[in-house]
Design a protein around this ligand. Sequence first.
Ligand code: GLU
Length: 296
Amino acid sequence: MSESFHWYRGRIAPSPTGLLHLGHARTFWIAYVRARDAAGTLVLRNEDLDPQRSKADFADAMLEDLHWLGIHWQEGPDVGGTFGPYSQSERRDHYLSLWHQLLARGFIYPCTCSRRELSGIALAPHDDAPSRKTMRFEGDEGPMYPGTCRPKSAPSNLADQYTSPAGVNWRFRVPDGEAVTFNDRHFGPQRFTAGEDFGDFPIWRRDDVPAYQLAVVADDHAMQITEVVRGADLLLSTARQILIYRTLGWPEPQWFHTPLVLDERGERLAKRHDALAIRTLREQGWTPQQVLGIDK
Ligand code: GLU
């Protein structure tokens, strides 16, 4: 076996929609160390999927902050590699191909519910909408899709009607009652039930932007990622993504979710916590070790 052949392929996948903060730094550091300790390859994927929210300035800042932290990657938008391009905005053909496969197999359906209608259901229930009492929620991600546009059975002829995803939202039809289990390498055994813990989830947006769940599965598969390291806020998304892997008969990567960093009020750090942006801390004189909370 050649020495350059690595069994471990990990990735860090920041979205350039804001400045990276302390929480990102710690998760990405763990991903880096796991790849390094496995003598593996780390991929940096620029998740600039959403053209409205992604900014080139944030992408530049993100690379710079990661370098400053001492995180190195072997493949990425700045260094190239065999599995490129490494920016999601340049990978549309991969996502379209996955959309076609899911459509041909009857796993997705068009959804015309507007965001407004859906949040209306949650906020102001009226007679023909599910009441707040019977409404189900997906963890802290908001209300579960009530199934308004879900066809009674898996549609078989949609592939004849739709040659492109644009114009409507597309959702993945989850197999109600099916258990999704996985052994998280940090948190241990996990179990979610489709249709109870999460409902039919978005695959493609009406404004012709692929959804996160579809893009991330397409990319992790195409880039031959063997272990996904990311924050525990994405555990429920992992369950959704496993359903896509199962549907296609694709091998699943291993999963390692990292504990979330909470602020002083016990709330999850978000990009709006500018005070904890790596940049800000750096300007205040913090060292990479202090930001990472580790002895390197
Ligand atoms: N781009 C996502 C984010 O910044 C992370 C996706 C992932 O690691 O799967 O939240």
